[in-house]
Design a binder for this molecule. Sequence first.
Ligand code: HEM
Ligand code: HEM
Length: 246
Amino acid sequence: MGYDMAIAVGKENFVLHKLHSLTGIVPVGYYVVQHLVLNSFTIAGPEKFNAVIGFFESMPKHFLLVMEICAIWIPILFHAIYGLFIVSRAKPNYFGSVYGWSQNLMYTLQRWSGVFLFLFLIVHVVTTTVYKYATGSAKVIEYAAWHEKLTTAPYLWLLFYIFGVAAASYHLGYGIWNFCIRWGITVSDRAQNQVQKFAFAFFVVITLVGWAALAGFIIPQNQNSGAGSAQVIRELKLTPHVVRAS
Ligand code: HEM
Ligand code: HEM
């Protein structure tokens, strides 16, 4: 009896597995793509990145929090926890197996990237959103703070984000391909091959978008305030020629 129950508890549930798969695409996958695209505004200058932060900060606080909890935190937590459960039950099918073909390698890498993303997201969200709420100030997530963090030797934060971005886009790219098969969207070999090509291109493009965001924090710009020169003039009440003289 106890043994039967243990098996029942350990069994994957069809509906939960489908829900896990769906949450990977929406809202989690959708959120990550728009998150990296908005972050890449750094390449247009600090003021553009800070404007994105300012946009979210200008929303009514209770609305922002409810939106974060319902659209981001709950789906990610569910996807992450059920994902770890799937990983814990998975049989290794690449290393130590005679079938070391690339399909199995890609599958194994997706599960590893999931485990890495779990750790990445804990560190990332605690040092950004949670830190912001704890200090009551958005300064900790603005351009200047990122510039400082990513350009400080020995560049562990930079490495952390380089891998975090690549892991997320790989996990999502491979996930799109797997999702299309799981939901019967691609049935024929030809359709599956085409989606595989799309998924690979998607992985490359989203990785480059995320890395561009990181490059935008590193390349020297008007980092200090994140304000454009016109705004500096307004804020300091300087006349243009004073600014030119300095
Ligand atoms: C270029 C690298 C990245 C940068 C610069 C970045 C930047 C940020 C910032 C500034 C916040 C705070 C937003 C706020 O509280 O208003 C944040 C939160 C967050 N980031 Fe990222 N991020 C990056 C990569 C990623 C990746 C790869 C993922 C997913 C795997 C991710 C997932 C999240 C999540 C889930 C939150 C919490 C969102 C919320 O509660 O509002 N980020 N990130
Ligand atoms: C937070 C830690 C995460 C863990 C532990 C995790 C784990 C997993 C696992 C194990 C799978 C494979 C499921 C299967 O083979 O049946 C998977 C699929 C997937 N994940 Fe994640 N994941 C995480 C985060 C993410 C993130 C941040 C995204 C979006 C960028 C995402 C998007 C997807 C997608 C689209 C799939 C494919 C769904 C399918 O197979 O039908 N996951 N995840």
